[in-house]
Design a protein around this ligand. Structure first.
Ligand code: NAG
Ligand code: NAG
Ligand code: NAG
Ligand code: NAG
Ligand code: NAG
Ligand code: NAG
Ligand code: NAG
Ligand code: NAG
Ligand code: NAG
Ligand code: NAG
Length: 878
């Protein structure tokens, strides 16, 4: 039917695409894999450099060990990857850019070569391999590395499956780790034998916080032979631990192996030991499993020809399988490769097999799968922003393009679309479901607003998914991963995400909520119920070893104080953070209540100012040579008195779960206390001049203190490496005629802390949060959360064309040009929007969302063009 037309159409699209340079060529997934110390991931981005499709459940990549790396460089490998760690496997699920204890790194394979007589298959340090950096590359859809033992690994992926190609060396004379004095457990293996090891206990372990480290609990594995003699396996494995502290989660898998050119044949060894139905070249094994201590060499697991192996919960056993091939003598000199096709599912092994059958049929080879991935990223993500080359240097800066398109790629990795893959939503299988909202605290400010503008259809499904989590599980999520809602860091920020969508009218610019095509997908009645639930229902008080008041799974654990006292006391952990964040959430909910004409709007409006009860007007600090500053958020005793114990506006105390303030200095938090009431904040800080002076002081080097190695950068009080400071350099826009300071400071921040190198981010990229901040800075806009406005700075390219609301009836383009822009000429002299001269440094969502052209005329000196209306504030400006 339409097929021939379609394939003709896509062919001409492909040739048109091939003619141009492809946007994916600017993407370098290794940006953000290293910190400031070469070779170490400490304070790096924790970017995931493996293969994935946009928002896909499969994120296939190498896992490396933190053990044995040079001193001072060992750190949790949250995305599996570290620059120097030895490879212990290739696994199917990862997250990108997160901190905290690692989660996933599940369902792994490890290629091995040789007779394995000296290898302990239960000990990853026995078979791990370092790799050759010069031969390691990452690009959209393809990650390639080469182990020191000569095995090359090519990784690509689809939604729920991965295609991993292992190319084994012909010359294995240099093979290490072979201890010929040990009796042969592996049958006829020789130095030429190729293997793939499957270890169901493999997880990304926690180095910093072993108490929460993931652990294998139980599972089972079944081997079988395909019609053509290919070995295959399927089964399930159940894990606990990791960031959200899930009780358990079970993954199913289904995989098989083929030798594309027939040069490797399954060994026959296991069959000979077997009595009945062994799968040629494959065996299963088990051993007493200790998550921290591998079995001794004497107790090492030995593969047997049994097709089934099961470890019940409580058995304490680890299980795995080994697949082995020998070169076929006929073709011994040509390439020896094994293609592994491995599918995953949270539903069943059958579903995992169906995912392989549907997504990775044998008719598709590695190149096909890589090309498919590139097309998906080009069309679905990268082409949303076009840098228009108008001949000027500032329109063709390759460094900035690499930063832009890599950041866009990195915003497309999470959250993870697990629609149809939530085992507890059996009767709602078709509802959109997104997991790895890791964490909402990180992504509500800039990532979700970016999704709204650029990846609108996905955005609408993320919103529906959020609401379904409330409907089915009872609470909106906070730092959700592994199908588990926690952990909660501060406020209930899914409220911000939903209210942000609501006040921006989803994509319907008609002025009527929910009337746009996508608006219809969002059940605003249910969304309102969900946010009201956050604001009124104390969540279950799950115990948590690092937060004495517990309640870290979901909701507002300090709601008892908030409702009774209208501030949070030190009877709760993170009291300052929660004391200022809950009122922001309440303002967001107020906006929904008002729009929906609900009577709760009045109490919510009142609650939106309760942060004032957390503001200590006496707290003060002096910066030598700069000045004294009075008035900061403060910690309160149960009787309401201010507590100055261990209180220092320049620090964050311990910065963690058990402390007064979470991952931000008191100074930083002062600026992020009430984005909805900046008039009041400015008043409390002493007026415009004092406010600007305090902002200026935030960027001076030398006054800062650390908020934790993975979350900060630089030495100023402003922290470019973590979300609480995201809006700070933009706050000059709240004072008249100071937009040029926003332009200068955002530009300085990008140039000092972001680059296109592996250490190109100032901290963990947090599921795409930092990349989304970077993108907004490069295009010169900042979305104010849960308010329908964007603050303006200035673009870094002289001509941009941005596709807004692509894939929806409201699709339009926003073109941004900056005549006169150069490395020395970057201050807006005048700004026009659709031909109209602007005198205010912000636009409404309604204005911007209608598309058109935004023109910044640039010059080398600051200009005070922005003397008009200030951005909205709850307390009126005067
Ligand atoms: C690494 O640090 C440990 C503990 O501080 C020390 O025992 C060891 O000697 C150090 N190793 C090297 C190679 O510096
Ligand atoms: C990494 O693995 C290699 C084998 O490839 C081994 O020789 C080396 O000792 C391991 N590295 C560390 C730091 O233990
Ligand atoms: C490697 O083995 C050690 C000891 O058994 C274990 O603690 C660690 O989690 C393993 N690493 C990976 C990546 O599985
Ligand atoms: C690999 O597994 C998939 C899913 O079960 C199946 O469709 C395919 O035929 C298998 N290939 C081989 C060679 O066994
Ligand atoms: C490209 O942008 C970078 C980052 O701002 C800057 O350092 C560099 O000078 C620019 N290159 C050119 C050729 O303008
Ligand atoms: C302190 O919090 C606990 C719950 O963590 C609660 O049971 C107790 O009543 C609170 N005490 C006061 C004085 O509010
Ligand atoms: C500054 O803070 C101290 C407590 O640290 C307090 O005693 C003093 O009164 C404060 N100064 C002002 C001007 O509020
Ligand atoms: C601060 O609170 C702690 C208990 O959380 C208490 O021991 C201490 O006395 C308080 N300090 C002041 C100055 O109120
Ligand atoms: C621009 O910002 C940088 C970095 O904070 C600062 O050093 C510089 O003084 C600022 N320039 C002006 C003109 O204020
Ligand atoms: C916006 O830019 C695109 C790409 O350069 C161009 O095709 C389009 O005509 C521009 N729109 C306007 C209104 O200038």
């Amino acid at each position: 039917m339409a097929r021939s037309y379609l394939s003709f159409y896509s062919l001409s699209l492909v040739s048109a695409t091939l003619a141009r340079a492809r946007l994916s060529d600017y993407v370098d997934p290794l940006i953000g894999t290293e910190g400031a110390t070469p070779g170490s991931a400490i304070a790096g981005g924790n970017s995931f450099p493996g293969a994935s499709l946009p928002n896909a459940m499969s994120k296939v990549g190498i896992d490396t060990s933190y053990l044995g790396v040079p001193n001072e460089t060992a750190v949790d490998c949250n995305a599996g990857f570290s620059p120097l760690g030895n490879v212990t496997g290739v696994s199917m699920m990862h997250v990108s850019g997160t901190g905290g204890v690692p989660t996933y790194g599940l369902i792994s394979q490890m290629p091995l070569i040789g007779d394995l007589n000296g290898i302990n298959l239960g000990s990853n340090t026995s078979y791990w391999q370092n790799r050759s950096f010069s031969e390691e590359t990452a690009s959209v859809g393809l990650f390639r590395t080469k182990l020191l033992n000569g095995i090359a690994i090519d990784i690509s992926s689809t939604e729920h499956a991965g295609l991993i190609q292992y190319t084994f060396p012909s010359d294995v004379a240099a093979q290490e780790n072979i201890n010929a004095s040990v009796a042969l457990p592996i049958g006829e293996s020789s130095a030429q034998t190729a293997h793939v090891l499957v270890d169901l206990t493999h997880v990304l372990p926690g180095y910093g916080t072993q108490a929460y480290s993931q652990k294998f609990l139980h599972g089972g594995l079944h081997l079988s032979t395909g019609a053509d003699g290919s070995p295959s396996y399927r089964g399930a494995a159940t894990y606990t631990g990791g960031w959200s502290q899930p009780q358990t989660h079970t993954l199913y898998f289904c995989g098989n192996f083929t030798s594309p050119n027939g040069n490797l044949q399954p060994t026959s060894d296991y069959v000979e030991q077997n009595t009945r139905d062994g799968v040629p070249g494959a065996g299963t094994f088990s051993w007493p499993y200790d998550p921290v201590l591998p079995p001794s060499f004497d107790q090492r697991p030995l593969p047997r020809s049994y097709n089934d192996v099961v470890a019940y919960a409580g058995s304490g056993m680890g299980i795995g399988a080994l697949f082995s091939w020998n070169p076929s003598s006929a073709n011994s000199s040509s390439e020896k490769a094994i293609e592994a096709r491995l599918g995953i599912s949270y539903i069943s092994a059958e579903q995992a097999c169906a995912n392989v059958a549907n997504e990775l049929p044998e008719s598709k080879n590695l190149n096909d799968v890589v090309e498919q991935a590139r097309e998906r990223w080009e069309n679905g993500v990268l082409s949303s922003i076009e840098v228009v080359d108008n001949g000027s240097v500032a329109s063709s800066n390759t460094t900035l393009k690499r930063m832009l398109y890599t950041a866009m790629y990195q915003t497309g990795l999470m959250p993870t679309d697990k629609t149809g893959e939530n085992p507890n939503w059996a009767t709602n299988a078709s509802r959109p479901y997104f997991d790895d909202l890791y964490t909402v605290w990180d992504i509500y400010r800039t990532l979700m607003p970016l999704y709204h503008l650029l990846y609108t259809p996905t955005y609408s499904r993320v919103l529906s998914g959020l609401i379904s989590i409330f409907t089915i599980e009872g609470f909106l999520p906070a730092g959700r991963i592994a199908n588990w809602n926690g952990r909660v860091q501060g406020g209930s920020h899914a409220d911000m995400v939903l209210a942000d969508a609501y006040v921006k009218d989803v994509v319907s610019l008609s002025g009527q909520h929910g009337r746009g095509e996508l608006g219809n997908d969002v059940d605003w009645e249910e969304a309102y119920k969900a946010v009201i639930h956050d604001a009124t229902q104390l969540p279950i008080r799950n115990e948590d070893p690092v937060a004495f008041d517990g309640a870290t799974k979901e909701g507002r654990g300090a709601l008892d104080d908030q409702l009774r006292l209208h501030f949070i006391t030190r009877n709760h952990t993170r009291s300052i953070s929660r004391g200022v964040e809950y009122p922001q959430n309440d303002f967001a909910i107020y906006s929904m209540a008002k729009g929906m004409n609900r009577s709760q709007q009045y109490i919510l409006l009142d609650r939106a100012s309760w942060w004032l009860n957390q503001w200590n007007p006496y707290a003060n600090t002096t910066l030598a040579g700069v000045g004294s500053f009075t008035g900061f958020p403060g910690a309160r005793n149960q009787d309401g008195s201010w507590n100055f114990t261990d209180y220092d506006p320049l620090s964050c105390g311990g910065c963690g779960w058990g402390d007064d303030i979470y991952e931000a200095k008191v100074w930083e938090t002062a600026f992020s206390t009430a984005p909805h009431d900046m008039a009041k904040i400015i008043q409390l800080m002493g007026g415009d001049d004092a406010f600007v002076q305090r902002l200026d002081a935030s960027f001076l080097p030398g006054f800062g203190t650390s908020v934790g190695e993975n979350n900060d950068a630089g030495s100023a009080l402003f922290n470019p490496g973590n979300e609480p400071s995201f809006m700070t350099p933009w706050l000059y826009n709240y004072a008249p005629k100071k937009n040029w300071k926003t332009v200068n400071q955002t530009r300085a921040t990008v140039d000092a802390f972001y680059s296109d190198s592996r250490s190109g981010y100032p901290g963990n990229i947090d599921g795409g949060a930092l990349p989304s901040w970077l993108i907004f800075n490069l295009i010169g806009l900042y979305p104010v959360s849960a308010q329908p406005i964007y603050l303006l700075s200035a673009p870094r390219f002289s001509s941009l064309s941005i596709k807004l609301f692509s894939g929806t009836p409201q699709a339009t383009r926003l073109n941004i040009t900056a005549p006169g822009l150069s490395d020395t000429s970057y201050y807006p002299q005048s700004v026009t929007f659709n031909g109209r001269k602007l005198d205010r440094s912000w636009l409404t969502h309604h204005e911007l969302g209608g598309g058109g052209t935004l023109v910044y005329r640039m010059g080398s000196m600051p200009a005070e063009w922005d003397d008009g209306e200030r951005p909205p504030s709850l307390t009126p400006w005067h």
